[in-house]
Design a protein around this ligand. Structure first.
Ligand code: TXA
Ligand code: MG
Length: 348
């Protein structure tokens, strides 16, 4: 299949391309589109065959449910049941935006879209092109991130092309995604609600409206586990290289990484360090990727996935990443870094 790539202009002159993209979805095809978080791989959320196509195209297990994207708050009631008052308060503040809420689903949503669950995840993105595209597509677009399963989510159309060229009908190129990490997911079918995936809307933000959060159950190390987000059980966001997150005081972290890198280099292993502007010049004889200033959490989050993909481009075999304090948006950054590292974190 030939994949058409359309560069969007951020004004009304895009209408023609967005209409064609919408027609592709209505006919059961797939279109990748930009959102403020990451690029999505869209199909008709109400068409069971489209969900099947998405799973096949991504190489994703079909028990891992898809998020349904809407572009009008009124459409929430078409697909979700038993919507609590709190959802409207959250929507008021964070929709359109990087927040996904989980509800009981209505019958109109096929189980294929929700991985067989009786619940549905709903998101109303703030990216204008995304919202226009969703409207042109009939209002309900199922979309996982537009990467092949296991790879970091794409934050540029070039990265979408790398994974999806020849596999889908169209890629809408809207430039860089602002936020660069996937939406916060909160489960409103439990009371109090539970955060299933941290994101730009932080736990602190949700508590302000929800009052309190469901702590779920904790594993033996005290980490909160929410088996209800099926996607979280799969290996995720992974670069090909072997990654470890290093946590501790700045001096300890730098000393530890410099030692490790020296050992690895002696063995001929290609290493890289993921650091910040404040520390990037303190590493010796190693490729260093800075995520930006430690004080600029938005930039750090925005750059993370692109850096993970660059590590692969350069054939890096061993990666050491400086940790961040898990507060606010950095909770989401650390969540993705630890997943990329397959859970490997060393305290120094
Ligand atoms: O920012 C985002 O959310 C992006 C953009 C494209 O909107 N989408 C995205 O989708 O990250 P995906 O499929 O890569 O991640 C969706 C996550 C998965 O971990 C999935 O298991 C979980 O949401 N999920 C979806 N529906 C669910 C449900 N009904 N119950 C629990 N978890 C659900
Ligand atoms: Mg994903």
């Amino acid at each position: 299949m030939d994949t058409e790539i359309v560069r969007l202009k951020r004004d009304d002159s895009d209408n023609e391309a967005l209409k064609r993209a919408g027609e592709i979805i209505k006919k059961g095809g797939l279109v990748a589109f930009p959102t403020e978080t990451v690029y999505g791989l869209g199909g008709d959320a109400l068409n069971p065959d489209s969900a099947g196509k998405i799973y096949k195209t991504k190489g994703r297990p079909s028990d891992n449910p898809l998020i349904v994207h809407i572009a009008d708050i009124k459409d929430l009631e078409v697909i979700a049941d038993n919507i609590p008052e709190m959802a409207y308060a959250l929507a008021d503040k964070y929709w359109p935006g990087p927040l996904t809420m989980i509800f009981d689903k209505k019958d109109i949503v096929p189980p294929d879209t929700t991985g067989g669950l009786n619940t549905v995840a709903v998101r109303f993105p703030s990216d204008k092109a995304a919202a226009d595209f969703i409207r042109c597509a009939g209002g309900f677009v199922a979309a996982p991130s537009a990467n092949l399963s296991g790879k970091p989510s794409p934050t540029t159309a070039a990265r979408v092309k790398e994974d999806m060229d020849g596999r889908i009908e169209m890629i809408l190129d809207g430039g860089d995604c602002n936020i660069g990490l996937e939406s916060t997911i909160i489960d409103l079918t439990v009371d109090p609600p539970a955060i299933l995936r941290p994101g730009f809307v932080t736990a602190e933000d949700v508590v302000e409206i929800a009052g309190r959060l469901n702590e779920g159950s904790k594993d033996e190390s005290g980490v909160i586990v929410h088996p209800k987000a099926p996607g979280m059980k799969y290996r995720h966001y992974a670069p090909k290289g072997d990654m470890t997150v290093i946590n501790g005081s700045e001096d300890n972290v730098i000393k530890y990484i410099n030692n490790e890198v020296k050992d690895a280099a002696d063995k001929g292993i290609r290493c890289a360090v993921i650091a910040v502007d404040e520390t990037k010049d303190r590493y010796d004889n190693v490729r260093v990727f800075s995520l930006g200033s430690r004080n600029d959490h938005e930039k750090v989050g925005h750059r993370l996935y692109e850096v993970l993909r660059k590590l692969d481009d350069e054939g890096i075999e061993m990666i050491y990443a400086e940790a961040f304090k898990e507060e606010g948006f950095y909770a989401a950054v650390m969540n993705r870094m630890k997943k990329a590292a397959g859970g490997k974190e060393i305290k120094v």
